[in-house]
Design a protein around this ligand. Structure first.
Ligand code: GLU
Length: 417
C-alpha cells in the first residue's frame, strides 16, 4: 500500500470531477494549489518552568468565493499535507452547500491530553498571535475541529480582540453563546449527519425506523448523530471512540451510553447493560445497514473496504475513505454520501453565527435548525441531480457541483493582474 497522502487524494478527486465535467485546465488549475500556507513555531512556557515549542499551521486554500473558512485541530500527528487537504475540503464543502466562503484549516501539533489547561490556553493565545495577520472576519474565520472546542474559540476571539483594541466577535465561530456564539452550533454537524442519513434512506426507499446503524466516533459529530438518529427511530447497533466500541445487534441504549460518554467516560470502560466490546475495525465491518465514520481520516482503507457490509456510508468525518477504498466500495454498489456534503452542517451553522455577529442580532434555535435543514437538503438535491445527470457517484456529483461554482467564480473574477 502506498503512503497515504490526503492532498493527493484531493487532487485525484478534482481531476476526476473536472474530467466528467469536461473542464479545461485553465478553468480549474489554480484550485489545485492552496493560496497561502503559514507554518509557525509556538513557544509555550510550561507549568514546570520549561519551554516547549509546538509546530502550528494555517493554510488558506481558496478565497475565490468569499473569506476563507475552516477549523483548527489540535493533534500530535498533524502534518502540512493533512492541513492542506483539510483546507481544500473546506473550499469544496462551502461551495457545494453554496455559502459565501472559501476554505482554510489550521492545526497545532499537540496532544491536548498531555498539557494542562493553563498550558493549552497559553498555547492557543500564542498561536492566535502568530496567525493574526491572516485571520479576521473578512479574511479567514477559524472554528472548532478535532480536539478544539467552544472554550478555545473564546480564547482566540479574546486574543484577537485584545490586539485590535475592540471586541471582534466575528473572527471565530463555534464560540460560547455568551460571547456571540450561535445556539445550535455545537450540535450542528451531528444534526446535518442525521438529516442527510434520513434523506439518503428516503431516496433509496429504505425506512428510517429500525434500520441499523454503526457509528465510529462518539464525539461532537458521532455522539450527536447517535442521539439524534436514535430519536428518529433508527437502531444504533454499534458505537465507538478512540478506546474501542460496543455492539448489540438488537440496538444499544444510546441515551444511557451517551450520558456516560458526555460525562468523560471511555467506551472500553462502559459496563452498563447488554452489549459486547468490539474494536474500531470490527465496528467498520459489522453488519449494520448504515455506516457513519465520524472520527479520523483514512479509516476506510483498501484492506477493510472489501469486508464492509454496510449498504450506505455517511461520511461524518473529513476524508474517512481513501481513493482506493472508494473505488472498491463503489464497485460493491455501496452508496456513499460524501464528507463535503454529509458533515457540512457545522460550517453552515458557523455561517449563521458569523451572519448574526456581523448584523449584531441573534436567531433562535428553531430558526437555526430550520435554515440548516433548508440549506443542506437543497445541496443534497443538487448533488443528487448532478449524479443522475452524469451517471456518477454522489461524491463525484458533490465535487462537480462545487467545482462548477468555483470555476465560475474564478472565470467571473479573472486572474489578477
Ligand atoms: N471543522 C468543521 C469542519 O470541518 C467546521 C468548520 C467551520 O465551522 O468553519 O467542517
Amino acid at each position: 500500500m502506498k503512503k497515504y497522502n490526503p492532498y493527493d487524494n484531493f487532487l485525484e478527486t478534482i481531476e476526476a470531477a473536472a474530467g466528467i465535467l469536461g473542464l479545461k485546465k485553465p478553468d480549474y488549475e489554480a484550485i489545485k494549489y492552496p493560496e497561502r500556507e503559514l507554518k509557525v513555531a509556538i513557544p509555550v512556557e510550561m507549568d514546570d518552568g520549561s519551554v516547549k515549542v509546538f509546530e502550528g499551521y494555517r493554510v488558506q486554500h481558496s478565497s475565490t468565493r468569499g473569506p476563507c473558512k475552516g477549523g483548527i485541530r489540535y493533534h500530535p500527528d498533524v502534518d502540512i499535507d493533512e492541513v492542506k487537504a483539510l483546507a481544500a475540503w473546506m473550499t469544496f464543502k462551502c461551495a457545494v452547500v453554496n455559502i459565501p466562503y472559501g476554505g482554510s484549516k489550521g492545526a497545532v501539533n499537540v496532544d491536548p491530553q498531555q498539557v494542562s489547561k493553563k498550558e493549552l490556553k497559553r498555547l492557543t493565545r500564542r498561536y492566535t498571535a502568530m496567525i493574526l495577520p491572516l485571520i479576521g472576519p473578512e479574511r479567514d474565520i477559524p472554528a472548532p475541529d478535532m480536539n478544539t472546542n467552544e472554550e478555545i474559540m473564546g480564547w482566540i476571539m479574546d486574543t484577537y480582540s485584545m490586539f485590535k483594541g475592540y471586541t471582534v466577535s466575528g473572527v471565530v465561530t463555534g464560540k460560547p453563546v455568551g460571547i456571540g456564539g450561535s445556539v445550535g452550533r455545537s450540535t450542528a454537524t451531528g444534526r446535518g449527519v442525521m438529516l442527510v442519513t434520513k434523506e439518503i434512506l428516503h431516496r433509496i426507499g429504505i425506512p428510517v425506523y429500525d434500520t441499523t446503524v454503526a457509528i465510529q466516533g462518539a464525539g461532537k459529530v458521532g455522539g450527536v448523530a447517535a442521539r439524534l438518529l436514535h430519536k428518529e427511530g433508527m437502531k444504533i447497533i454499534a458505537l465507538s471512540d478512540i478506546s474501542g466500541g460496543v455492539l448489540n445487534k438488537r440496538g444499544l441504549d444510546i441515551p444511557k451510553i451517551m450520558d456516560f460518554v458526555d460525562g468523560g467516560g471511555l467506551l472500553s470502560e462502559y459496563k452498563n447493560g447488554d452489549f459486547e466490546y468490539i474494536t474500531n475495525e470490527e465496528l467498520i465491518t459489522c453488519d449494520a445497514y448504515v455506516l457513519i465514520p465520524a472520527a479520523m481520516e483514512n479509516q476506510l482503507n483498501e484492506k477493510l473496504a472489501k469486508t464492509i457490509k454496510a449498504k450506505v456510508i455517511v461520511e461524518g468525518a473529513n476524508g474517512p475513505t481513501t481513493v482506493e477504498a472508494d473505488r472498491i466500495l463503489n464497485e460493491q454498489g455501496v452508496v456513499i454520501v460524501p464528507d463535503i456534503l454529509a458533515n457540512a452542517g457545522g460550517v453552515i451553522v458557523s455561517y449563521f453565527e458569523w451572519v448574526q455577529n456581523i448584523q449584531s442580532l441573534t436567531w433562535d434555535f428553531d430558526e437555526v435548525n430550520r435554515t440548516l435543514e433548508k440549506i443542506i437538503i437543497r445541496a443534497f438535491n443538487q448533488v443528487w441531480e448532478k449524479m443522475h445527470a452524469k451517471g456518477s457517484t454522489m461524491r463525484m456529483g458533490a465535487y462537480m457541483v462545487a467545482l462548477e461554482r468555483l470555476a465560475d467564480a474564478k472565470r467571473i473574477r479573472g486572474i489578477f493582474p
